[in-house]
Design a protein around this ligand. Structure first.
Ligand code: NAD
Ligand code: UDX
Length: 470
């Protein structure tokens, strides 16, 4: 049967997810709507290099689907009216003020989406939570949808809703592969028929045994828990980097030995400058808030520690840089290689590069940035948010930008490698050392520098979690 689908939110999740749905389900007619005109214009741009997000394979996918059965629009009412299924895929950041500030999710965008659906939907609509949400948000959405049915405007219109939770587990940089070959698809709900309709959609490409169903609250909680577990592994391995440095260990060897235990597994055991991205920190803090709300302080403290270690790791790296550069960064130039929170994305949300750069700037350093996918404007925007001294006027005195690694490292005292971009793995270290000011340092936080390739040069190498390079 031909179905109209609407997705509210054309972001990192809504855009790629709906593009994969459109590709795999030719009988769907999908409209992704967003309030942000600029974002929608970029999704609609002729030049596919201008899509609002970078994901490997996305350009080809958009070329195949856009204008056929996938549409991007700022016109929200009509797609909602005609939709059989509506995905809510809007942002759910942490509240910045009021009750629960710094921990609880800010649900204003979810609530406004629910209100819009309540007002304009027609007939029976399946409403699907795609955003990551606090447990029991489905109840809030349900109340908003049903309360609207009794308004004078809607009284005589036949409207009904089913609410499902279908959290998204994609990771940025591998989003299309994750969507096309998911480890599992989780559908939470109460209404069997609606669950089956959503399941039928996924069955176009996902094997039946990978589609699991649960009640609404388990589904909402599973998403928060999955992210908390993944982040916990990173904080665990990062905590051991410091122990390696102190004792003579090498984190790569420890990580390999630990990960070969099939009960533990080898994924998410790469040490680094701390996890970034829009999800981990906010989802754990949200879990912490829920635990406090339900009077479970021991559980709250347990998960809070994962976030604390993550901050500690960034702090530790910045302090190490200051220590190696004789305790003084005043007027020193430092190249920051990589600004995205991980490789293969242009996303900088919660990137460790932001915090580390901020601390280095506060010590008086001048920073030269190079990232193959992150724009100069994005870096300025991210740093302006955290550092008051950055104004349009004076930023040129301490922020510099380069188009490639070799331009970035000219006349710098140190290099800090923060994102594990492939191109950083094969650099000409002899050439680089000749461009730097001696005694020069390279701080490798991502294990991208092969020490044998740097050994003939004059630079000093510090490697995270490796006592031989400390
Ligand atoms: P995003 O900020 O990139 O996109 C959200 C979009 O929703 C924005 O473009 C915003 O303008 C739009 N929006 C907000 N309110 C709206 C409204 N009322 N009507 C129309 N448009 C509206 O966010 P994202 O990264 O795509 O994340 C969306 C959700 O998915 C979040 O809950 C997030 O936690 C979750 N999630 C994200 C990822 C990820 O890797 N980014 C992975 C899994 C889950
Ligand atoms: C994460 C989850 O993986 C995904 O399932 C969820 O839907 C959204 O949140 P994402 O944040 O896009 O995805 O990327 P992810 O690959 O998980 O990396 C998050 C951060 O952890 C990055 O900063 C990355 O560099 C870091 N990381 C990851 C490590 O430091 N070590 C690792 O071994 C893995």
């Amino acid at each position: 049967m031909f179905k109209n689908v609407c997705c509210i939110g054309a972001g990192f999740v809504g855009g790629p997810t709906m593009a994969v749905f459109a590709d795999k389900c030719p009988n769907l007619n999908i409209t992704v709507v967003d309030l942000n005109h600029e974002r929608i214009n970029l999704w609609n741009s002729e030049n596919l290099d201008r899509l609002p997000i970078f994901e490997p394979g996305l350009k080809d996918l958009i070329k195949r689907t856009r204008g056929k059965n996938l549409f991007f629009s700022t016109e929200i009412i009509e797609p909602i009216k005609s939709a059989d299924m509506i995905f809510i895929s809007v942002n759910t950041p942490i509240k910045s003020s009021g009750i629960g500030a710094g921990e609880a999710s800010d649900l204003r965008w979810v609530e406004s989406s629910a209100r819009t659906i309540a007002k304009f939907s027609q007939g029976h609509t399946i409403v699907i939570e795609k955003s990551t949400l606090p447990v029991r948000t489905a109840k809030v959405i349900k109340e908003i949808l049903h309360s609207n049915q009794n308004t004078s405007e809607n009284k005589n219109k036949l409207k009904s809703f089913s609410i499902l939770s279908n959290p998204e587990f994609l990771a940025e940089g591998t989003a299309l592969d994750d969507l096309e070959n998911p480890d599992r698809v989780l559908i939470g709900g109460e209404d069997e028929e609606s669950i089956n309709q959503l399941k039928d959609l996924y069955l176009n490409w996902v094997p039946n045994e990978k589609i699991i169903t649960s009640n609404l609250w388990s589904s909402e909680l599973s998403k928060l828990t999955a992210n908390a577990f993944l982040a916990q592994r990173i904080s665990s391995i990062n905590s051991i980097t410091a122990v390696c440095e102190a004792t003579g260990g090498d984190i790569r060897e420890v990580s390999k030995a630990v990960g070969l235990d099939s009960r533990i597994g080898n994924k998410f055991l790469n040490s680094g400058p701390g996890f970034g991205g829009s999800c981990f920190k906010k989802d754990i803090l949200n879990l912490v808030y829920l635990c406090k709300f339900f009077n479970l302080p021991e559980v709250a403290n347990y998960w809070d520690q994962v976030v604390k270690i993550n901050k500690w790791q960034k702090d530790r790296i910045y302090k190490k840089i200051v220590e190696k550069l004789f305790g003084n960064l005043s007027d020193k130039r430092i190249a920051i290689l990589g600004f995205a929170f991980k490789a293969n994305t242009n996303d900088t949300r919660e990137s460790p590069a932001i915090e580390i750069s901020k601390d280095l700037l506060n010590e008086g350093a001048k920073l030269v940035f190079y990232d193959p996918k992150v724009s100069k404007n994005q870096i300025i925007k991210d740093l302006s948010k955290t550092i008051e001294m950055i104004t349009q006027k004076n930023k040129d005195e301490f922020l510099f930008f380069a188009d490639n690694v070799y331009d970035a490292v000219k006349d710098v005292d140190a290099i800090v490698l923060i994102t594990e971009w492939e191109e950083f793995k094969n650099l000409d270290w002899i050439k680089i050392s000749n461009l730097m000011i001696p005694p020069s340092w390279v701080f490798d936080t991502r294990d991208v520098v092969d020490p044998s390739r740097i050994s003939g040069s004059s630079v000093n190498l510090w490697k995270l979690g490796n006592a031989d390079f400390n």
